[in-house]
Design a protein around this ligand. Structure first.
Ligand SMILES: Nc1ncnc2c1ncn2[C@@H]1O[C@H](COP(=O)(O)OP(=O)(O)O)[C@@H](O)[C@H]1O
Ligand SMILES: [Mg+2]
Length: 214
């Protein structure tokens, strides 16, 4: 099944970032987008996840053109089916890590998976306030939060940027297990080529074009 289809997307801020970008995402797909800093990777991810409206071209989610959907329906899709792991997507600071997961669990009517917390190595610190956790621990709580929601598509922007190599690789493995188990898909933005190559396909954003490199 086709989960996401982007056709001929172009975007310009002060100058044109990219044009004619097209890609498709099917069940259990994982794609990585690499490229130098400033090439527009985050902007592209924002467009694919409908946080930002495409200036040109279209983004369809689950077979529906998002520009033609009613606001309410689009919000529902975002809430129920999209999972975002962005660097600027902060946890609620006044809460404990566990309370952050509880909010996600309640909103999505899911249960918190204690095994997931163990696998992410955050079961020991989960009762602490978010502000007491290291950057790497917060990042893993964000990942636990997004997986608790059980989205159909995960959009992740440098989700392992604060983790050491070994932990980053373990977290990626968790993501892939999740994609298999739930027939979900992932778009990963990273500057780390080794992590990128763990995905089924790798694209490079360069010279305003998205090119398939693997
Ligand atoms: N909201 C915005 N308004 C104006 N320019 C922006 C905005 N967001 C990003 N840019 C610019 O677009 C370019 C690409 O940014 P970004 O998509 O974050 O690249 P990357 O994630 O590849 O580093 C940068 O030059 C950045 O300054
Ligand atoms: Mg970026």
């Amino acid at each position: 099944m086709n989960l996401l289809s982007a056709k001929n997307i172009s975007h310009t801020f002060e100058y044109e970032l990219f044009s004619d970008v097209s890609l498709e995402l099917h069940e259990r797909d994982s794609i990585a987008i690499i490229g130098t800093s400033g090439s527009g990777k985050s902007t592209l991810l924002h467009i694919l996840s409908t946080l930002l409206k495409a200036q040109k071209g279209s983004v369809s989610l689950f077979g529906e053109d998002t520009s033609k959907l009613k606001e309410k329906k689009l919000s529902q899709i975002k809430r129920e089916s999209l999972g975002l792991v962005f660097q600027s997507h902060y946890l609620f600071k006044g809460f404990s890590a566990y309370e952050n997961l509880e909010v996600a669990a309640i909103l999505s009517e899911r249960n918190i998976d204690e095994k997931l917390l163990q696998k992410l190595g955050i079961d020991g610190c989960i009762k602490q306030k978010v502000t007491e956790l290291s950057g790497g621990q917060q990042q893993r709580v964000s990942i636990a939060r997004v997986l608790t929601k059980q989205p159909r598509i995960i959009f992740a922007d440098e989700p392992t940027g604060n983790l050491d190599k070994k932990t980053a690789s373990e977290v990626m493995t968790l993501f892939f297990e999740y994609l298999e188990a739930k027939a979900a898909a992932m778009v990963l933005v990273t500057h780390d080529e080794a992590l990128a190559h763990m995905c089924k396909r790798v694209y490079r954003l360069e010279n305003k074009k998205l090119e398939l490199v693997k």
